[in-house]
Ligand binder design. Structure first.
Ligand SMILES: Cc1cc2nc3c(=O)[nH]c(=O)nc-3n(C[C@H](O)[C@H](O)[C@H](O)COP(=O)(O)OP(=O)(O)OC[C@H]3O[C@@H](n4cnc5c(N)ncnc54)[C@H](O)[C@@H]3O)c2cc1C
Length: 422
């Protein structure tokens, strides 16, 4: 059973767009991808965390190379500066540790792998779609900024947070902006003073006003090669009652502006370094000092009631965008796309396939959205007194923060951690 070949426009040619395009081209559909950006997208990414079963599935379907580079992460630690004489030679006091089962990847490497599986002939780079018009003959007209217009049997809006498809289907989507943002950056492994500290571990530091974390990721040029990885870091800062260069408040006091990698001014860079030194152990602040170009990312989220309306569907960040504290954005986008191609091969008409796909994906997206909001509250805006936490009471506290949401970092431990987490 399968859907006869149809014409499909995909808006956005990044993670979800390339994945679903590669799958649908292989299934014999007439696919066109419209990607707004010019130039090399892969150079704009840093680190991300991925589910191991999703990576395995991508390899099985030949969507990424069999030797796709990743860094395994088998634990996460929470640490704080030593208050008393150190009891070991670690530069900070690790007061809580738990097993996780994730792989750290480089966004650019993931994108490059997916992109090379989409034929150049169907990938239209530098084309911005500005409007979608559904007709009652079950087609959708796609209109580009350069005047191009064409009708398709189906439009997949895989165009990220500011999705044009979402605006068309759900102009009143449930959007939460916040008064905080993340500083982010990476340094070369050879510049990391004690790289063994981060081996297979993601290290978090809580402070009043948020948390920061560090973990190794492959590099764009050398993959996961010995001493060639990058140390990826991030931490949040709230803007209320502050004047932070390059991060102005909007009229409601929230953050909307971002600073792209490479675009930070000298004033922003020195502000970021100074703030890191105020709130983190000096070792972390030294790593921020070594980062030539930190950048900023607003933290916000958006939810939608459905993924499909007529012949337009929303995928990846264009559907539900959870706060990045969950570390699941790319993974959700990939799974949305894989599941979409499964639905297309399971049914023999488009409308039934779309309905089945939406029923499977929407509840998972909703769950991630809620988990992101809970994490935002508990580990950024309403932080506990980190100094009162220890191995036992922090475990109880985390259970309450995550509640009954599915978080693959810990849910996959039983099946994918080398020791099952014991
Ligand atoms: C260049 C780039 C770098 C990133 N780096 C990281 C990272 O290092 N770590 C991380 O965790 N996440 C990163 N992300 C975000 C991450 O990719 C997403 O959170 C997640 O993977 C969901 O992917 P997506 O494909 O659904 O959406 P996105 O990754 O947001 O991709 C949407 C794509 O649609 C294109 N687009 C948007 N509007 C239009 C339009 N009107 N017409 C045509 N094209 C349009 C955009 O240019 C973009 O390429 C990055 C995103 C981008 C675009």
């Amino acid at each position: 059973m399968t859907i006869p070949s149809c014409s499909i426009a995909i808006i956005g040619g990044a993670i979800s767009g390339c994945t679903v395009a590669a799958e649908l081209v292989r299934a014999g559909h007439n696919v066109t991808v419209f990607e707004r950006s010019q130039g090399r997208l892969e150079e704009r990414g840093v680190g991300l965390t991925m589910r191991i079963p999703t990576l395995e599935e991508l390899k099985k379907r030949d969507l990424i190379d069999y030797d796709f580079p990743y860094v395994p992460v088998w634990s996460r630690s929470y640490a704080r500066p030593w208050l008393e004489k150190p009891s070991n030679d670690w530069p900070w006091d690790v007061y809580w540790k738990e097993p996780v089962a994730i792989h750290a990847a480089h966004w650019g490497v993931l994108y490059r792998n997916l992109r090379k599986r989409v034929p150049d002939a169907v990938y239209k780079q530098g084309v911005e779609i500005i409007n979608l018009v559904q007709s009652n003959d079950s087609t959708v007209e796609v209109i580009a900024a350069d005047g191009f217009r064409e009708s398709y049997d189906l439009v997949i809006s895989a165009d990220g947070y500011d999705s044009i498809g979402r605006r068309e289907l759900f102009p009143d989507a449930d959007r939460q902006l916040t008064n905080y943002f993340s500083w982010r950056g990476m340094i070369e492994e050879v510049d990391v003073p004690r790289p063994e500290i981060f081996e297979e571990d993601i290290v978090f530091f809580g402070y009043e006003g948020g948390h920061g974390f560090l973990y190794f990721v492959p590099s764009l040029e050398y993959g996961d090669g010995n001493k060639k990885r990058r140390l990826n870091w991030a931490f949040q800062e709230a803007i209320t009652d502050k004047k932070i260069p390059g991060v102005p408040p909007d009229k409601n006091g929230n953050v909307q502006a971002r600073t792209a990698p490479g675009a930070a001014t000298p004033e922003q860079i020195s502000y970021c370094r100074k703030y890191a030194r105020e709130v983190f152990p000096s070792y972390f602040a030294d790593i921020v000092d070594l980062t030539e170009q930190p950048f900023t990312q607003p933290i916000r989220d958006i939810g939608v009631p459905g993924y499909v309306s007529g012949r337009i569907c929303l995928m990846g960040d264009a559907a539900i965008y959870a706060r990045p504290h969950v570390g699941a954005g790319a993974n959700k986008a990939l799974e949305d796309a894989l599941d979409f191609s499964d639905a297309f091969s399971e049914y023999n008409d488009i409308n039934t396939a779309l309905r089945a796909w939406e029923e499977r994906r929407n509840p998972l997206g909703q769950d991630l959205l809620e988990l992101g909001r809970s994490l935002g509250k508990h580990i950024v805006t309403d932080t506990p007194d980190w100094y009162t936490l220890n191995q036992s009471n922090m475990t109880d506290w985390w259970d309450k923060v995550v509640e009954n949401h599915f978080w693959f970092w810990t849910e996959d431990v039983t099946n994918w951690h080398p020791t099952g987490g014991r």
